[in-house]
Structures are given as C-alpha cells and as structure tokens.
Design a protein around this ligand. Structure first.
Ligand code: SF4
Ligand code: SF4
Length: 332
C-alpha cells in the first residue's frame, strides 16, 4: 500500500523526545576505509565500490594509522573495510603492524576477493586464508542468503558459488571451526526494501542450511538493515520505494538500539585520512570538524574530539530500527 511522502524526520529530536543519550563514549575502534576499489559492485553497496574505483589510503596514512594505535592504547580494535581492503597494497603490512601492537583486527572480507583479485592492483591474494589465520584476524563476511538466487541477485552472478568456495578454504584453515579461536561472522542483509528478520532465528537457519547442503561452518551471523544511502537509495527511488522504506525505519525506532549505536565509541577514516562518526556518514561526506576545520588522522586530538557532537540525519533511523543494526549486527 502506498503512503504519503515522508517529511524528513528529525533524528536528533526523536532521540531527545525518547531521552536517548548519543554522547561519545571512550573510543575503542579505529575503522579505516582502505580503498574504494572492489572486485564486486553489489546492488546495496553504500560505499559505491566497484572495480572502477581507485581511491586508496596513502603510505603516509598507513604509517599514521599505526602511530595512532601506538599512541592510544584505548583504541583496542582496528577495523579494516573498503571496497575490498585486501586489494590495498599495504593491507598485510597494516594488519601485521596492528597485531604486533596487540590490537584486535577485524577485516570486512567479501569472500570472493580470494578467488577474484582485481587485475589492475597486482596485489596477490596468494595464501590469504593462511595469512588471516596466522594473524588471528576476525573476519566479517557478507553472504546475503544461503541460496544462490538471492545472493547472486544482490551481489552479482557467480558470487554465491565463489563465496562457498572461499568459505570452504577458510574452514580448512580453522575459521568458524570449534576450538580454533578463529572467528568467522557472516552478514545477512535484506535483498529488498524491508527490515531484517530476527537475528538468532536467521543464524540457526543459515547454520543448518549451510551445514547440510555444503558442509560449511561459521561462528555468528549479523542481520543488518540496508541503509537508505547511495546505490541502495538510488535503487529505492527508481522503484518508487524510498519514502515507504524510510517510513518503515522511522516506525521501527527502538531507543535501546539507539543508545548502542556504533558511532558512540568508534571513528571512521576515509582514504584521505579524514575522520567521520561512522562509515555511513563518511559516504554522505558528513565529516567531523572542529571550529570549521575538518579533522583528519594527521591533526586529530582525541580529547577534543570527545566534546564534538556526533552528526546525525534521517539515515540514522537505519541504525535504530527494530533490534538495531550496525557493523556489529543487532545492537539491542
Ligand atoms: S563486496 Fe562490499 S564493498 Fe564490494 S561492492 Fe559489495 S558491498 Fe560494496
Ligand atoms: S548512521 Fe552513523 S551517526 Fe547515524 S546513528 Fe548510525 S552509526 Fe551513528
């Protein structure tokens, strides 16, 4: 049923009316978008990544990121994303550097990059699963569904088959297997303009289906809401679904999820070193600034950053709908 177009909802006013605190907590996570280059060009990609993108973090940016970790012991987690972060020429150097400093390293690994490297970068994917295992990184990998049709529809033809092959290789080196400590988390996101189902139920479905049909294992499943920005927003608008979708997110606002959104204890860094409250704000170019100057990894003062309010907009309703949604799965 169609609904009236939605006036831009005011996210901050909604927080205030529900008494939700969105102040910054102690920073724990440094998330870096290493490159916009990706071997895929998925329909829902909020980064607008594709094989044609070339933007990537400079060697000075890589060096400074490691320096920030060294200088700030409270930054416990380095979270590497992209595009496909593995296609950055210094990806392995950065992972090794952070692990040598004792940090947890999360890699947003799209699975297919292992089998489908980009010819332009000349970065070898040789031994990638073994490298992940040796460094004990935590892998977070999108698999939109446990059946070929829906996965290929969202991520491109052939992606499901390659993803299964990559999962098999990860299982072989211990990821997702009992007692190895090598964490493999899968990510579900809806193929269309609807909210994800219950995460625990879906995880049980994924586990039984992937095990029975393919003999594959994983540790956890995150169910993530598609954010109404960039390529997914364009698709919603083309189909005339944008207002309905936003209205659905607003109607599902959950104050508990809102108080746990990821921007409260992380920063997101782009390929130029510029700082944002989260990956979504990065894509919307809502940079963090101090007295009119954009903050970067080269000039940031974390004590000062703590006093700068998080920038919010109507897209934030994507993080607070239902059980909540973030890079870490539901937030409730
Ligand atoms: S694999 Fe990830 S980064 Fe690459 S196009 Fe798909 S959603 Fe975007
Ligand atoms: S979109 Fe970003 S800024 Fe908005 S609530 Fe989500 S994490 Fe926070």
């Amino acid at each position: 049923m169609s609904t009236l177009p939605l006036a831009a909802p005011d996210f901050r006013a909604t927080l205030e009316s529900r008494d939700v605190d969105l102040s910054r907590r102690t920073l724990r996570t440094l998330q870096i978008n290493l490159t916009k280059l990706c071997n895929q060009a998925c329909l829902h990609c909020h980064v607008d990544s594709s094989p044609k993108r070339t933007e990537h973090l400079s060697p000075e940016g890589v060096e400074r990121s490691l320096e920030l970790l060294k200088l700030n012991p409270g930054l416990e987690i380095l979270d590497l994303t992209g595009g496909a972060p593995e296609l950055h020429a210094q990806f392995r150097e950065l992972v090794e550097g952070a692990r040598a400093l004792g940090r947890r390293v999360i890699v947003r690994h799209n699975l297919t990059v292992t089998l489908d490297p980009h010819p332009v970068t000349q970065v070898s994917m040789e031994g990638l699963p073994e490298f992940f295992a040796a460094q004990e990184v935590e892998l977070v990998s999108s698999l939109p569904f446990y059946e070929q049709y829906f996965t290929d529809k969202q991520r491109g033809r052939g992606v499901f088959g390659k993803s299964l092959e990559s999962l098999r290789r990860l299982n072989e080196v211990g990821f997702g297997m009992p007692d190895t400590g090598l964490e493999l988390t899968l990510v579900y996101n809806p193929v269309g303009a609807y909210l994800p189902p219950d995460q625990a139920t879906l995880e049980a479905d994924y586990r039984s289906k992937l095990r029975a049909a393919h003999g594959l294992e994983f540790n956890n499943l995150f169910a993530i809401t598609n954010m109404p920005i960039n390529r997914f927003a364009d698709d919603l608008r083309r189909r005339g679904n944008y207002d309905d979708y936003l209205q659905r997110l607003v109607a599902a606002f959950n104050p508990v999820a809102a108080s746990n959104v990821m921007c409260r204890d992380m920063i997101s860094v782009d390929h130029r070193g510029q700082i944002y409250d989260c990956d979504f704000n990065q894509m919307l170019e809502l940079e963090v600034s101090d007295a009119g100057s954009a903050l970067t990894i080269f000039n940031v003062d974390f004590a000062r950053l703590a006093e700068i309010p998080i920038q919010v907009g109507s897209h934030c309703f994507g993080c607070t709908a239902g059980s909540g949604s973030s890079c870490g799965g539901t937030t409730e």
